[in-house]
Design a protein around this ligand. Structure first.
Ligand SMILES: [Zn+2]
Length: 409
């Protein structure tokens, strides 16, 4: 498939862009279409890289609004986990499809997922043509045998789904024991997989860890050898000390900052500026739908930015920094040659409607995008050289909505 986008705004200039296969092949006013190209008129539109969501639990869209206004541990133990125990693989697939629909419509082309019954999430991601990193879930209730069975003989890249990579996802230090965590680290090292876990999400988690192990959760992960894995994604990392930040930075681990979930569950304040100053790599994630309650990465950018300003001052975390966290940094964390609109890069892109009332006037595109826009400003979503949404329509969206409503009943 090849696509030719004519008269599109890129970095403030009007140009043409050609996509051949899954990469941007030519960008410039001298680019020309071939007869087989799908032509998109980019007049009054701008092209931007899409979002890479580095922490979610996609099937949890089924629990949207089910248990709100509760602290993390009550929310998990009394509501979420009992509900989830009833979900079948088909439910999980349906919930994931709903999340993916929402992600596409809000400009996300990649999600890093942690959930059980992973095969159902894989099924949905394959069907819908989106990039994903899907973790083999490890938690005490599933046990070591489950990790070994699922990881044995598995490859990083699925042979029948080139957009999906496997990861290993121990839930957290309070729910996945030392032996299991260390087995997960061995699997990550053996297969060159990303290891993805929750860490230091609440003050209670840190206090319990200090009491039980005499160190912080980040120090514990270092002792376990987990941070020596090729790539570690640390979701939340809200209650981290300066020493924790130095450890994270030293190992090149990546923080997935989830500002809306952290605020909604009252988990605490992630010291974003201090972590940046210590050289930590930061990306953005939405977390699952029941602690957010949506999968909209543009909202994460705005919340991350304005919440930082509340603490560190108006000049902190400029739009370019927060935009990179949501785009390029997320792609890099998963070794995706994407997240920028450049010749040779993987062809992932959003076309933004510059006639939308929230984009007018356009003194500064990224300012409008981070502070003013909403999903309605996205006209087209392209992932891996394929159009997933055009004129705000995603193929099969009506069927997805109906299947969720029916299942819910
Ligand atoms: Zn989470």
């Amino acid at each position: 498939m090849s696509i030719f986008i004519k008269n599109i705004q890129l970095n403030g200039l009007v140009t043409h862009i050609r996509i051949e296969g899954n990469r941007f092949s030519k960008i410039g006013t001298d680019a020309t279409p071939s007869t087989s190209d799908t032509i998109i008129d980019g007049t009054d539109k701008a092209i931007l890289p899409p979002f890479y969501n580095t922490h979610t639990h996609s099937p949890m869209s089924l629990l949207r609004g089910y248990a709100d206004d509760l602290p993390l541990f009550t929310w998990l133990n009394d509501y979420i986990w009992p509900f989830e125990a009833k979900l079948t693989p088909d439910d999980i697939c349906i919930g994931t499809r709903l999340s993916i629909l929402e992600m596409i419509k809000s400009g996300t082309v990649f999600f890093n997922d942690m959930y059980w019954k992973e095969e159902a999430t894989i099924r949905a991601a394959k069907e819908m043509g989106i990039r994903a990193a899907i973790g083999i879930f490890a938690i005490d209730s599933l046990g070591l045998k489950d990790i070994d069975q699922k990881s044995s003989g598995a490859n990083k890249q699925l042979s029948d789904a080139p957009l999906i990579q496997m990861t290993i996802s121990p839930h957290a230090i309070y729910s996945t024991n030392k032996t299991e965590f260390q087995r997960c680290a061995e699997v990550a090292k053996e297969h060159n997989w990303v290891l993805h876990t929750h860490v230091s999400e609440t003050k209670k988690e840190v206090d319990d860890c200090l009491k039980e192990h005499g160190c912080t959760p980040i120090e514990l992960l270092e002792k376990y050898g987990v941070l020596d894995c090729p790539k570690v994604i640390l979701a939340h990392a809200v209650h981290i000390t300066e020493n924790d930040m130095e450890i994270i930075s030293k190992h090149g681990s990546v923080i997935s900052h989830n500002p809306i979930s952290n605020m909604k569950l009252s988990s605490g304040y992630f010291p974003i500026q201090a972590a940046l100053d210590k050289g930590c790599k930061i990306t953005l994630g939405t977390d699952g739908c029941s602690s957010n309650n949506n999968q909209d990465m543009r909202e994460e950018m705005k919340f991350a930015s304005i919440r930082a300003k509340e603490k560190y001052g108006a000049e902190s975390i400029p739009v370019s920094t927060i935009f990179e966290m949501a785009t390029k940094n997320g792609a890099e964390a998963f070794d995706l040659d994407a997240g920028e609109i450049k010749e040779g890069k993987l062809a992932d892109a959003l076309l933004i409607d510059l006639n939308n009332e929230r984009m007018v006037p356009c003194h500064h595109l990224l300012s409008n995008w981070v502070y003013a826009a909403n999903s309605e400003c996205i006209d087209t979503v392209i992932c891996n050289g394929r159009i997933l949404m055009q004129n705000r329509h995603v193929d099969g969206e009506e069927e997805i909505i109906q299947s969720v409503k029916k299942r819910y009943k």
